[in-house]
Design a protein. Structure first.
Length: 336
């Protein structure tokens, strides 16, 4: 699955590193990280070259127009943190540092959360879980422990304030605290109802990934305990969780389980990864792509498939690494 997805992506990257449809949508921000992690460093570096020239400003921000348009009112920090992450693992430290310096300006100085909107579009200073988790993951990768600690403080406050777990998980925060007064128009972004289909099921998974990595870096056992508790929320979810036409966000269950498995080798995490292996196999097209959920994008385009396939290739690659690590651990346990 990984190799088929990689080939599909490489067929959509020009000789100069330009991703297909880059003039229409910035769905290519994850390509450098994905390709580097999956063993295609030259291709990842080529895409990063193109991003440096045509996507980023000299200050490390997204250029106006297609690079920025989709990320003005939604998940403003998300593509930037992922570009910085990719640049760091490709050892392009100057680019990574410049971009991350811009991201830090989009972190709430009090709470530690990542702002949902860019400054020019900001209304209530809302911070959401998945961009904040990615901010923390990139900070850990780049060695910015102070930033990661601030993100961990945000997570502790968010988790301590939950009023309806394990049935509902609220994922928004403002200066007034946890957002629980959720209008219908914002329900998908702000609360995960585990009894219902069509939910933002990515939230517990990416939260667990950050908390597992934070625990591994700092030795904070309460962080790994919190990661385990979040992944257990999927156990009581509707079976529609795995309907890939409705809920592609479940992909991050494999991500979070892989990150925690490397630190906490428990069987339920292996079961999660094996279940997600089945999900990825069922949802991948014969050509190698993965498509986004259709209820949010009833008419998905190929540029959306590039974005989703780049993400899924990365999580599948991490699942392979985690399973190999667990297999070695299990063998050592048996021989001991």
């Amino acid at each position: 699955m990984r190799d088929l997805g990689i080939r599909w992506l490489l067929d959509r990257i020009g000789d100069n590193g330009e991703p297909a449809f880059a003039n229409q949508h910035n769905g290519y921000y994850r390509l450098p990280w994905t390709l580097a992690f999956a063993g295609q460093r030259e291709a990842g570096a080529c895409v990063l070259d193109w991003i440096e020239k045509f996507t980023l400003t000299a200050e490390g921000d997204l250029q106006p127009g297609p690079p920025r348009a989709a990320w003005t009112r939604v998940a403003a920090t998300y593509p930037l943190t992922i570009i910085a992450h990719g640049a760091w693992v490709l050892e392009r430290y100057g680019t990574a540092t410049t971009v991350f310096d811009t991201v830090r300006q989009l972190q709430d100085p009090e709470s530690g959360g990542a702002y949902w909107e860019r400054p020019e579009a900001r209304t209530d200073g809302r911070q959401l879980l998945f961009p904040t988790a990615q901010l923390g993951l990139t900070a850990l990768t780049m060695g910015h422990i102070g930033v990661a600690e601030h993100v961990y403080s945000w997570f502790k406050a968010l988790l301590a304030s939950q009023p309806e777990l394990p049935s509902r998980f609220y994922v928004g925060w403002t200066s007034n605290g946890l957002v629980t007064d959720v209008p219908d128009s914002d329900r998908y972004n702000l609360v995960v109802d585990f009894s219902a289909p069509r939910q933002a099921f990515h939230n517990p998974g990416i939260a667990a990934a950050f908390l597992a990595r934070y625990a591994d870096r700092t030795g904070t056992t309460s962080a790994s305990d919190a990661a385990r508790d979040l992944l257990r929320l999927y156990d009581g979810a509707t079976p529609q969780l795995f309907n890939y036409r409705e809920s592609t966000g479940v992909c991050k269950l494999g991500f979070g389980s892989s990150m925690l498995l490397e630190a906490v080798p428990e069987h339920f995490l292996v079961n999660n990864i094996l279940r997600m292996t089945q999900w990825y196999r069922e949802s991948q097209t014969p050509q190698g792509a993965w498509m986004p959920r259709t209820f949010l994008r009833p008419d998905p385009q190929e540029w959306h498939a590039i974005e989703k396939t780049a993400e899924h290739v990365l999580w599948v690659s991490m699942m392979l690494v985690a399973l190999h690590t667990y297999e070695r651990f299990a063998h050592e346990e048996t021989t001991a």
